[in-house]
Design a protein around this ligand. Structure first.
Ligand code: ATR
Length: 282
């Protein structure tokens, strides 16, 4: 029997998860297939109960990461705290939800910079859904200090409050993108979570004078953004968003199979898919 896995979202057409996950199954000799499942929000009530007999597990993306929770029987501790789910395993009809995005960023930072989150100082650019999933997870891990810069300051304040609800001893500060009221030099790691840089020709989301040479800079966007290029020119160590994408998928794969993931096979396939996309083949 072929085990079926997939990504549910709306839209999902541009996802790189199928080649990555399928390469993992192939390398491990598991008879399984991962596909894209486009589900409009109004179809969730019909589609999700049907997954009980059709899918062994799935990933969940925008706009379903919160809405999916009402269909689940159990949540992993992190998903419960975050109130967000990106991975579901179907255990004989019992749905358990997880959130692996924060883990993905944690592992990417570990691999790229050999740095830990616990006790560290991290500055987030952006306060949207992606920033929130990672910042709250880092609060759980015991970061020492989190800074949030966001164009809309009210959203930065909301995130600050949520972080402090999870971890009351963490130091949290916020500002708009000018960072006029924050000494950015006290941070070790900068995490770019805004959508600025997705489109060719996009500027950097912040003035580069707030970036210092000792910063380790990671961008959630999958390519070398203008921001990463400028940080590199300043002498910073940098990483793009591919590592986070890889490791959130690796964790999901391990939740589904109970095995250690063939990380290098998944990475190679992901890089291949990215290259094809850049060349306009897919
Ligand atoms: P995601 O789920 O990818 O995080 P999102 O929740 O829509 O998407 O968040 C997008 C983030 O990019 C937000 O932090 C947003 O800032 P605002 O809260 O002020 O909207 C940020 N962003 C988008 N366009 C931006 C721009 N031109 N300049 C600065 N920040 C921008």
């Amino acid at each position: 029997m072929t085990y079926r896995y997939g990504l549910i979202g709306w839209p999902v057409a541009h996802s790189l998860s199928p080649p990555m996950q399928n390469a993992g199954f192939k390398a491990a000799g598991i008879d399984a297939e991962y596909s894209l499942v486009e589900v409009a929000p109004e179809m969730m009530d019909k589609v999700i109960p049907e997954m009980k007999t059709k899918f062994a597990g799935w990933n969940c993306t925008i706009p379903h990461k919160q809405h999916i929770i009402k269909f689940l029987d159990e949540l992993d501790e992190t998903a419960k705290i975050l109130g967000s789910v990106n991975t579901v395993v179907n255990l004989n009809g019992h749905f358990k939800g997880f959130s692996t995005d924060g883990y993905g960023m944690e592992m990417s930072i570990k691999e790229s910079f050999n740095a830990n989150i616990k006790g560290n100082s991290l500055l987030f650019l952006g306060a949207g859904g992606a920033a929130k999933a990672v910042a709250l997870y880092f609060a759980i891990l015991g970061a020492k200090r989190i800074g949030i810069l966001n164009r809309t300051v009210e959203k930065a304040i909301e995130l600050k409050n949520e972080i402090q609800k999870i971890n009351s001893i963490i130091e949290v500060e916020y500002d708009d993108m000018s960072a006029k009221n924050i000494d950015t030099s006290k941070y070790e790691i900068l995490i770019q979570c805004t959508s600025v840089g997705l489109k060719a020709g996009d500027p950097t989301p912040v003035e580069m004078n707030i970036i210092h040479k000792h910063h380790k800079v990671v961008d959630m966007i999958y390519k070398r953004t203008e921001f990463l290029k400028m940080a590199e020119a300043k002498g910073c160590q940098t990483a793009d968003g591919v590592g986070m994408l890889l490791f959130q998928g690796v964790r999901a794969w391990e939740i589904w199979t109970g095995k250690k993931a063939p990380v290098e096979a998944m990475r190679a396939s992901l890089n291949d898919a990215l290259r094809q996309r850049e060349m306009g083949i897919k």
